[in-house]
Ligand binder design. Structure first.
Ligand SMILES: [Zn+2]
Length: 273
């Protein structure tokens, strides 16, 4: 009995002290209470991006993807802050303005969108930079969603020498979506699917309670597909074929949300409203 006593204390104290943690875990912050600062890389004086294959510019890519990311995050319920600089006087000033805007806004997270280029045009794939622990989780989540589109996985990377990552007060990530000077990356590149992947990565990390599996044609999660079909009002056979895809497309058109035939977070959210 004597020997068991300390163990009992450990158990009781462990239980009591873990209760607040359990309560915290059960409480999920709604998207509307989370502010995300979105930095669209470059697109400013003294701060233009790289130039890639067939005249594709990083400026165009970041602007197109960045604007879609902002719209999609808003559609998911997040508060979104724009970080665009105004008439910067140097590249450093451009970065300062972006970071200052994010910091002054009190945003909870900062997402910077970039595209890559390599010295000899031989690089390809996706990498996400971060500078802190919360940023690391977010970087990992975004990285896995983008690489699921087929881009090569260059991994997530710690980098505290980037101005934006070093000087922002909130967890921040810098996404190098793909290489503008890689023919294969640019062949694969689609701004809609890139923006959706970024938003899925953000949403599944920040708002896990709303996270549902992303289902598309050929998905083999039969119980989830059946559930989706029941919400869409089609026969629930658990098979995501053309019939279910059409039902998703029609639903997305009706709601005026992104039409891609894929049941991602935005589609789920609207289905479950
Ligand atoms: Zn860049």
């Amino acid at each position: 009995m004597k020997k068991r006593l300390p163990l009992l204390f450990v158990f009781i104290f462990g239980f009591v002290f873990s209760m607040p943690a359990l309560a915290r875990a059960a409480k999920v912050t709604p998207a509307s209470a989370i502010t995300i600062a979105v930095d669209i890389g470059h697109n400013a004086a003294y701060d233009s991006g790289k130039v890639g294959v067939k005249g594709i510019t990083e400026d165009w890519c970041t602007k197109t993807v960045g604007n879609l990311v902002k719209a999609k995050l808003k559609a998911l319920g997040y508060q979104v802050v724009d970080c665009s600089p105004v008439n910067p006087t140097s590249e450093r000033n451009s970065l300062q303005q972006r970071t200052n805007k994010a910091n002054a806004s009190g945003a909870d997270y900062l997402i910077s969108i970039h595209f890559n280029a390599s010295k000899y045009g031989s690089g390809y794939g996706t990498e996400v930079y971060y500078a802190g622990d919360s940023g690391k989780k977010l970087a990992s989540s975004v990285q896995s969603q983008i690489t699921a589109l087929g881009y090569a996985d260059r991994g997530i990377k710690y980098k505290d020498t980037y101005y934006l990552l070093r000087n922002s007060v909130m967890p921040a990530i810098l996404i190098e979506c793909a290489f503008v000077d890689s023919a294969s990356d640019m062949k694969r590149f689609n701004a809609e699917s890139m923006a959706s992947a970024i938003c899925r990565g953000i949403n599944s990390q920040l708002n896990p309670s709303s996270d549902k599996p992303v289902l598309r044609r050929g998905s083999t999660d039969h119980s989830a597909v059946s559930y989706l079909q029941s919400l869409l009002g089609v026969d629930s056979d658990g098979i995501f074929g053309p019939r279910t895809e059409n039902a998703v497309i029609n639903f997305q058109k009706r709601l005026g949300i992104m039409v891609d035939g894929v049941a991602g977070q935005q589609t789920w959210r609207n289905l479950l409203k």
